[in-house]
Design a protein around this ligand. Sequence first.
Ligand code: EPU
Length: 417
Amino acid sequence: MDKIRVIGGNPLKGCVEISGAKNAALPAMAASLLSAEAIHLENIPYVRDILTTRRLLQEMGAEAEVLEDGTATLKALDIRSREAPYELVKTMRASILVLGPLVARFKKARVSLPGGCAIGARPVNLHLMGLEKMGATCDVVHGYVEASTEGLRGANILMDTVTVTGTENLMMAATLAEGETILDNAACEPEVSDLAGLLRSMGGRIEGDGTRTIRIQGVKELHGCRHRVIPDRIEAGTFAVAAAITRGDVEVRNCCPQHLAAVLSQLTQAGAEITTEANSFRVRGKDPIRSKNVTTHPYPAFPTDMQAQYMALMTQGDGSAVVTETIFENRFMHALEMIRMGADITIDGRQALVKGGKLLTGAKVLASDLRASASLILAALVAQGETWIDRVYHLDRGYCQIERKLASIGANIERVS
Ligand code: EPU
């Protein structure tokens, strides 16, 4: 199994290019199941979760080609199987995204119920509630959601918690339902709007994406199209923290700074100097790093997917910061590993008190999930000596060549097989 070795101490300097957003690419690939025609996608990050989704689509009978140059061609003409098996779902919870499209187009689906994971219980009750409101029957049998319908009908659906993939699943299903669906308390994440844009290019009739109320008028069928996926805001944010924590000077290119407004504002409060252009931003890390509290919330507020990375930064702050996680109930596993590197962090339920100014020292650490892995690399970049990060497969699920990109701006980092 691969490991990542980092020797800390180098300020990062230079430019990095951001890849396409994993969390926009995954629903875009699932959306290809809504049409018999080819969907051509661009800016697809060549990461493990994308390859898992390719396999899932292929096993269903779709043609699915994903290339390292970031293009993908997907055609769901001849779908033999309407099933997402446990073996694939257990490695990637986002497989649940095929449920809405399968039920909407084929009236039947069997999708393994994703279990909990390292960051929390992660139920899918709202996905099922929404589909049932649209006229599907959803039963859980032998660990699988078995859904069927005579034909989906538009419905008014209020989700009591903001759910990103839940909103995406229901939006996809509603494009082929009869009549109007209104999704209330919908997620506003840029990835949801990107999916809405793709669905519109396929002939879907959707309004209000990017707000809490999305209206979808069902159509009889959707057609093929070409779509470019948005840049990965979490990858961009991760590099922003890398610049700030190493007191470096990094230009982050090919991204959407407005998708990162809350993150860049937080980093500015923490002392970094940030200038933005239309498709790039530059972060100059400054001394001292200021300890500032943060609380995660749904978009447009500070994202849970940046919480671990920000915590790494706060270990180097000039005082104490409280990091509050409101989205997932168990997303502090990285803190325990940072403590092993010398950080002073006390966890109390959903809050972590991070006392800054501690010298981190390299250690052997375990990555527990995707963003935790990234945060441990960030901590390692300022730690004294050598850090070995194990279970790198978590990182490979969602970061495209992170060690090469970091090395290109001066990090002492390598992958060891
Ligand atoms: N929730 C429910 N019921 C549901 C669905 C969600 O109670 O039916 C709760 C969850 O337990 C959680 C909250 O709602 O407390 C928000 O979860 P959400 O459904 O929004 O998460 P998700 O859609 O499963 C996506 C991203 C995550 C990201 C979250 C929050 C994808 C493929 N995944 O997950 O990304 O953390 O939204 O922004 O889009 C990552 O990339 O590392 C990652 C974990």
